[in-house]
Design a binder for this molecule. Structure first.
Ligand code: ATP
Length: 633
């Protein structure tokens, strides 16, 4: 604070009476720095829903701080010493004025000033230590919470993600954890510090002047109630303002995510206009908040300074009448401002604690979400070597959001080791659902699914999935190099193995032509690759995994003839000597399959070879005629 000049420079040129007056003014102004919490721009930067203070939840999160108890104790010690030093400052100030200045005793003044410097030094060291330790704990706790929540989220089954938006999870991992970090990393310390200052300050006020303390206590509600009411209004407006800013962010995200569609449909002008409206909305909300915030600052100034002036007025007359010393009055003003600052800080901190409690509640909710699909405590061992045999025994399954219509209804199906089974059927027949159940993303409502003779629910989940590889219709490519994308889930794979898999999948021919070959970054969601190239990467991934069971969802999007031939050849290599379940769309694939399963409305309606099914003349024959007419010609 600029007003904090060394006391010597201020008092040396002044005659004793003016010295007293100036010192009094100086120490009053000096203590005004304690008003910072009140005068600070009331900007609640992290938006949140109103919530109640659930200390149990906050306590649970604080459990994350337990391993750092030693540091926490040290931080508390630094906090107590720091607060004690602030309180001692007032006492020493009184000594400086009464013993040093009023009595005109130079050696007493030197002693008192020496003491003052000592108190300042202790205060500075304690503040630095507390800041470092508390921030360290906050950052550590938030890092641990983030890791714990993310670990839990990654283990949750697809049904969780059907009801929870990804954006929501991201916001919990970022915004909510940041809120908790603010609380652990500063708010709690601020609350404790101000509580100590409030109690200590009040006691010292009462000791210094009971009469003035009585007046101050009477005035406190008059000063704080209007500030508190207006503060709440600022908080509401801040929340609205943050919501508008979040809208702007969401709009950018959505537009940029679909930038190609936006450009293809020439929507740039419309989107620019809409974005402009969103930005204006955010601006207007910010202006509304700032208007009330400015009013609040003026009110704080007016009320608090008027109160100080009144105290000085009453106290000043007491000094003139000899009922009080100059030092006492200075110390009194110092403590009064200290107490006022503490009350202001505490009221602000309560708001932050409330918001953090809401954030903590949502994080705990995530941490407490139990995956419904888990490995059993005593998993049955899968036979070694894996054979790749699959059995569906009267399987019925419904998605939680569609309880009325079964997605699979009484499925009986056996896939012999090494067999290639094609699944065909109209859209919505339940083909993908069948694969999802095999990967145990869901459990059947009734019936049993066995892999190599073991009920999926009895097997270890990771071991089970390790024996399968899924090549989805629209493969996911991660923003990493080709090496990492192919070795996904096979971290120990050697470079030679990765290259061999890429070659077998006909992926090396295009990967080698990329600027950095296999080291090339494939871009976010694989945007730098064509559909056929993405498929070949996914096939290479499956080849490297060398699974006993291959789950294949053929691409429906038309690949160009060359791409299609390469993908087809890669698939043929991949299918050699392993059990394969293919959701088939191509005639070539269907013909190569050992058996074809025809599905409709969650049921198997026919089984047989291509020729048998055509001869039967049922749904398959109709589908084949529709889908494969051109090719078959
Ligand atoms: N997550 C889900 N929640 C609710 N219903 C779902 C879900 N996924 C699929 N369904 C429904 O289950 C039924 C079977 O869907 P499924 O995706 O298995 O069909 P499909 O035969 O693979 O179709 P397509 O060939 O179009 O991919 C459909 O009626 C579908 O709407």
């Amino acid at each position: 604070m600029q007003l904090l000049h060394p006391p010597e420079t201020r008092v040396s040129a002044c005659p004793p009476t003016r010295v007293k007056g100036q010192a009094l003014l100086y120490c009053s102004l000096c203590s005004l720095s304690l008003l910072d919490p009140l005068l600070a721009e009331h900007d609640f930067s992290i938006s949140d829903r109103p919530t109640s203070l659930n200390l149990r939840v906050l306590g649970r999160l604080l459990g994350f701080a337990k391993p750092h108890l030693g540091r926490a104790m040290l931080a508390v010690l630094a906090l107590v010493i720091g607060s004690g030093a602030v309180l001692a400052f007032g006492l020493v100030l009184r000594l400086v004025i009464d013993r040093g200045l009023a009595d005109g005793d130079a050696s007493a003044l030197n002693l008192a000033l020496g003491l003052l410097l000592l108190v300042i030094a202790v205060m500075a060291v304690a503040v630095a230590l507390r800041l470092y330790l508390v921030t360290w704990i906050g950052e550590r706790v938030v890092a641990d919470v983030r890791r714990a929540v993310f670990t839990r989220v990654l283990r949750l089954d697809p049904s969780f993600f059907e009801v929870t938006r990804t954006g929501e999870v991201i916001s919990r991992l970022t915004t909510d954890t940041s809120l908790v970090q603010v609380v652990v990393g500063s708010t709690l310390a601020i609350a404790m510090r101000n509580f100590l200052l409030f109690c200590g300050g009040l006691t010292l006020l009462a000791i210094t002047s009971p009469k003035l303390t009585f007046w101050v206590m009477l005035g406190v509600p008059l000063v704080f109630i209007p500030i508190w009411i207006l503060g709440r209004r600022v908080r509401d407006l801040s929340r609205q303002s943050q919501d508008r800013v979040a809208d702007v962010g969401a709009y950018i995200d959505e537009t940029l995510y679909g930038i190609r569609t936006v450009q293809a449909f020439c929507r740039e002008a419309v989107d620019t206009l809409r974005y402009g409206q969103q930005v204006e909305g955010a601006f207007q909300a910010a202006v509304n908040r700032t208007r009330v915030s400015a009013l609040l600052s003026a009110l704080v100034m007016l009320l608090v300074f008027t109160a100080i002036a009144l105290v000085l007025w009453v106290g000043g007359h007491d000094v003139l009448a000899g009922r009080m010393t100059h030092g006492q009055l200075a110390a009194f003003v110092f403590y009064a401002v200290l107490v006022a600052g503490a009350v202001g800080a505490l009221s602000e901190v309560i708001g932050e604690l409330l918001r953090a409690a809401g954030a903590a509640e949502r994080l705990i909710e995530l941490l407490d979400t139990e995956p419904t699909i888990t490995s059993p405590a005593m998993a049955a061992a899968l036979p070694v070597p894996a054979a790749g045999k699959v059995e569906f025994d009267n399987v019925v399954f419904r998605y939680a959001s569609r309880p009325d219509s079964p997605a699979l209804d009484g499925i009986h199906l056996t896939l012999a080791p090494g067999e290639k089974l094609a699944l065909v059927g109209p859209s919505g027949a339940g083909k993908s659902t069948l694969l999802q159940l095999l990967l145990r993303f869901y459990d059947p409502e009734s019936g049993v699914i066995r892999f190599d003779g073991v009920d999926l629910r009895c097997a270890d989940l990771a071991q089970l999935r390790q024996r399968m590889a899924l090549v989805p219709q629209d493969p996911v490519i991660f923003g990493a190099s080709a090496w990492e994308n192919i070795a996904f889930g096979q971290d120990n794979a050697s470079a030679d193995a990765v290259r061999a898999a890429a070659e077998a999948a006909y992926a090396s021919e295009f990967l080698d032509r990329l600027p950095d070959g296999f080291d090339s970054h494939l871009g976010e969601r694989g945007v730098r690759l064509s559909g056929g190239q993405r498929q070949r990467i996914a096939i290479a991934r499956a080849i490297l995994r060398d699974p006993a069971l291959l789950l294949l969802d053929e691409a429906t999007s038309a690949l160009d003839a060359e791409s299609e031939r390469l993908v087809q050849e890669a698939l043929e290599r991949l299918m050699q000597n392993r059990s394969t379940l293919i959701i088939a769309h191509r005639l070539a694939t269907v013909r190569q399959a050992d058996r074809i399963i025809v599905m409709d409305q969650g049921c198997i309606v026919a089984t047989g070879s291509h020729d048998q099914l055509i001869a039967q003349g049922g749904l398959y024959a109709r589908l084949a005629e529709l889908q494969f007419r051109d090719l078959a010609a």
